[in-house]
Design a protein around this ligand. Structure first.
Ligand SMILES: Cc1cc2nc3c(=O)[nH]c(=O)nc-3n(C[C@H](O)[C@H](O)[C@H](O)COP(=O)(O)OP(=O)(O)OC[C@H]3O[C@@H](n4cnc5c(N)ncnc54)[C@H](O)[C@@H]3O)c2cc1C
Length: 464
């Protein structure tokens, strides 16, 4: 027999968790069910991290990306107080409302153990840095930021889980395969472990579930708006090269428009003293990075992404597939993540084990295979990235050193954006879509904020 609930939430990443939290906080009697294809926060594992294998074996559900806490669980938890990046929620509500939601998400995190320490953006040093960057046509976007730290992030999530598991019906290792709109109203979710009926549905499938979700939306005649894909590399260099920047603004974004193509390139996800990590998105290995707040766990390197944004025009409307295709070329050449020294790249040589052994910068991602990025990234992307590295070298001399490491490919997949109302509701009544999987956010703060927003809309309707 089908299981019934008032509200079903697909996915227990940041967006799904905060939606569930707000719903039961206001209405403890509501029957809220969360369906999650991954494991609970204590059981998430990756065979590479456990040392069982040295390359991605493409687990059915990736323990790094899926499970309670979603893609952000093992992130270093940079929580940005801004609407300037991290999502597009201001397309749906005004900026003041988004900021109120973000601050509320932060207050919940603090309740469950997050730090209250903020990195400010208004210091004279930060302003001086902004001015200095402008000399080289680099535009510094700044935000107030909290650094939760990977280990604290996990502890906060575990505390939230302990709180929620008494109030919410969690089903882990339960993948939703199909969403059906019932003729009499409400929704049916066909899962690999049975069927669930609900009055309201909140879909929060994140990037890992984005392709599946887009297909479900197509089947339900919910229009998809085209979205962008960001493709690039992860840069790793001695932390001292960027120290004068990362000491002043923890989470900065430097944006540059290349002279050659007029394309926008930006830095993203800066990890001082961090580690480069491999990430699996639906069977494709891409690269990412994180850093720990505990000094004992730090490396000597800083890493950050350099991304080139592409928006496609009609008739092509599958940027997601395009990004996956490019990442799969790096996978094909290296069996996983590829790494190359900047000097080898501009010199037209592949990096190999011998050359890497002479490098002054040693990769923190040991599993990366030395190779040639020019065989996997489109020329336009490579030219843009090289031009940006030379621009950054003026602000942070040493960035364009021979031994600066470039890992590929880093791809930021944004889900085809779902057509939504200002209340984050799809054209189907009572069916909400939130977080990265709906194409509306791309960071912890806005993902959590979108969950609170959907919950509040439902609560208003229940109260009304
Ligand atoms: C390595 C890494 C580092 C990051 N660092 C930061 C950072 O420092 N700061 C920041 O702001 N952001 C960071 N991000 C981004 C941030 O993690 C995401 O923006 C955020 O997690 C999005 O939340 P979400 O709930 O929308 O999706 P997710 O967190 O991806 O959660 C979606 C959940 O839905 C589940 N799911 C998907 N499909 C189904 C299905 N069919 N059935 C059942 N369950 C399903 C998935 O298993 C997953 O657990 C990072 C991301 C990564 C990968």
């Amino acid at each position: 027999m089908n299981q019934c609930c008032d509200i079903a939430i697909i996915g227990s990443g940041e967006a799904g968790i905060f939606a569930a939290y707000e719903l039961v906080r206001e209405h403890p009697a509501l029957r809220v069910t969360v369906l999650e294809q991954g494991a609970d926060i204590y059981s998430r594992t990756c065979p590479i991290v456990q040392g069982k294998v040295d390359h991605c074996i493409q687990c059915k559900s990736c323990g790094t990306m899926c499970g309670f806490g979603g893609a952000g669980a093992f992130s270093d938890g940079k929580f940005n107080f801004t609407t300037a990046f991290g999502g597009w929620l201001t397309d749906y509500m005004d900026s003041a409302e988004v900021m109120e939601l973000i601050r509320y998400v932060d207050s919940v995190n603090v309740r469950f153990g997050a730090t209250t320490e903020l990195f400010s953006t208004t210091s004279p040093e930060a302003k001086a840095l902004e001015r200095e960057a402008l000399k080289y046509d680099l535009h510094l976007l700044q935000a107030q930021c909290k650094h939760l730290g990977t280990e604290n992030n996990l502890r906060i999530l575990a505390n939230i889980y302990e709180h929620l598991k008494e109030r919410v019906d969690f089903h882990f290792h339960t993948a939703v395969e199909q969403i059906q709109a019932k003729p009499e109203g409400g929704y049916r979710l066909i899962c690999d472990k049975g069927e669930f009926d609900c009055t309201y549905l909140i879909a929060a499938p994140g990037r890992s579930g984005a392709e599946w979700f887009a297909n479900q939306c197509k089947g339900l005649d919910i229009p998809l708006i085209n979205n962008q894909v960001d493709i690039g590399v992860r840069v790793e260099l001695p932390a001292i090269v960027f120290k004068h920047i990362t000491d002043v603004v923890y989470e900065s974004k430097l944006i540059y428009r290349t002279k050659r193509y007029g394309d926008q390139v930006r830095t993203f996800c800066m990890n001082p003293y961090g580690h480069v990590v491999a990430e699996n998105v639906e069977g494709i290995n891409t690269v990412n990075g994180h850093s720990y707040s505990d000094p004992a766990l730090r490396s000597e390197n800083t890493n950050f992404a350099l991304l080139v944004s592409n928006r496609f025009t009609s008739p092509f409307n599958e940027p997601y597939r395009y990004g996956k295709h490019i990442a799969s070329l790096s996978n094909m050449l290296s069996g996983g993540v590829l790494v190359q020294r900047f000097g080898d790249l501009v010199g037209g040589r592949r990096s190999n084990d011998h050359r890497m052994s002479k490098s002054f910068v040693q990769p923190t991602l040991k599993a990366a295979v030395p190779g040639d990025l020019s065989l996997s990234l489109p020329k336009r992307h490579l030219d843009n990235i090289i031009e940006m590295i030379y621009a950054l070298d003026k602000l942070a001399p040493g960035t364009a050193n021979y031994d600066t490491l470039l890992y590929g490919a880093e791809v930021k997949f944004y889900s085809g954006r779902i057509s939504l109302t200002r209340e984050l509701e799809t054209p189907l009544p009572g069916f909400f879509a939130i977080g990265d999987g709906a194409g509306t956010t791309r960071g912890l703060a806005q993902a959590g904020a979108s969950g609170i927003k959907a919950a509040r809309v439902i609560l208003n309707r229940l109260d009304g």
